[in-house]
Design a protein around this ligand. Structure first.
Ligand code: PHE
Length: 335
């Protein structure tokens, strides 16, 4: 056999192998191409190798070299095709089972306390109460003095407050123990008429138990207008109770004492046939109005301060307020 037809044969084989391996779309096609071209017994390369012996002896070295080149090239093409298929993870249609259910997207939601705060803000806004904020780190004036809680008052006891170790001499800062501070902050800046509500954190060094926590939230309401009476206070509390808790919104007030209200009352709300204590309230003491530059002969006002955890616990049937702060998703998911 002459060298020229031998080389032509080799070249055709190389082209056929190249296109077969390039087109192989899956493992089976690849394997059948491998057997066709590189098969040890009846592969086409093997068949050509047999032709080598029929070449003239002087042509054999060149023929052998071309044969080896072709074999190496086809082997490389096979390896490349294997890699390509592996990279695809086989055929795309086989690899992805489109009938499998998807991974559910887990959406969180607002914490029950945050939700309660927003609901109370919304309810109070219907009566024209504007939501305002105040600082959680307070001075003695706003937490005590302007609220007529004098230096000797037991509420100022270091054991009942979180005083901060900041050098301010006789006037140490503290974490506010009540949101009534916001009454003062707003009245100092604005003139009556005034309707504000402020919901936020307060701090008291109480031992945590089912009904106490060293940090909790209060809702503070304040209204100062001409001719305000206890009747306005009670209707406002009733509106809040019935809107938030549902039902008749029965509210009971009992005589009490706060240095910054006169008269002062405890506020109970009816829930499930029982009276639950929700906080304190009263008519703003004329001394407080004077301390912020209002004329008590011109305007009068009422204020109330209720425990947010208490009303949230009632509404959602939570027996232990510590559950609000454990961050146990099994608890939080229920809301
Ligand atoms: N600040 C009082 C408390 O924390 C509650 C209160 C608010 C009482 C407003 C009267 C008026 O106990």
């Amino acid at each position: 056999m002459a060298i020229a037809p031998f080389l032509a044969e080799l070249e055709r084989l190389r082209e056929d192998a190249s296109s077969a391996l390039r087109d192989a779309g899956d493992e089976a096609a690849l394997e059948s191409a491998r057997v066709e071209f590189l098969g040890a017994r009846s592969g086409r390369l093997k068949a050509i190798q047999k032709l080598l012996g029929g070449l003239a002896p002087s042509d054999r070295p060149a023929g052998g070299r071309h044969f080896n080149d072709a074999k190496a090239a086809i082997t490389d093409l096979l390896a490349a095709a294997r890699e390509r298929l592996a990279g695809q993870g086989g055929s795309a249609v086989d690899a992805i089972d489109v009938t499998l259910p998807g991974d559910p997207v887990r959406l969180g939601h607002l914490h029950p306390i945050t939700r309660t705060i927003r609901q109370v803000q919304e309810i109070m806004s219907r009566l024209g109460f504007e939501s305002v904020d105040g600082p959680e780190v307070e001075d003695q004036w706003h937490n005590f003095e302007a609220l007529a809680i004098g230096p000797e008052h037991p509420a100022r006891d270091p054991l009942d407050n979180f005083y901060l170790a900041v050098a301010r001499g006789a006037d140490p800062l503290l974490l506010r123990s009540q949101t009534s501070t916001v009454q003062i902050r707003v009245m100092e800046k604005r003139r009556p008429p005034l309707r504000i509500v402020s919901l936020g954190r307060v701090y008291r060094p109480d031992t945590a138990d089912a009904t106490h926590y060293p940090m909790f939230h209060q809702v503070e309401g304040l209204l100062v207008e001409r001719g305000t009476t206890m009747a306005h206070l009670k209707s406002t509390l009733r509106f809040l109770a019935s809107s938030f808790l549902g039902g008749d919104g029965n509210v009971r007030i009992r005589p009490s004492f706060f240095p910054f209200t006169e008269p002062s009352v405890e506020v109970d709300m009816e829930w499930g046939g029982r009276w639950i204590e929700m906080g304190g309230a009263g008519m703003v003491d004329p001394a407080v109005l004077e301390a912020v530059g209002y004329d008590p002969d011109e305007v009068s006002g009422f204020a109330f301060g209720l425990g947010v955890e208490r009303i949230a616990a009632r509404r959602y049937g939570v027996a232990d307020i510590r559950d609000f702060y454990r961050n146990d998703v099994r608890f939080l998911q229920q809301f």
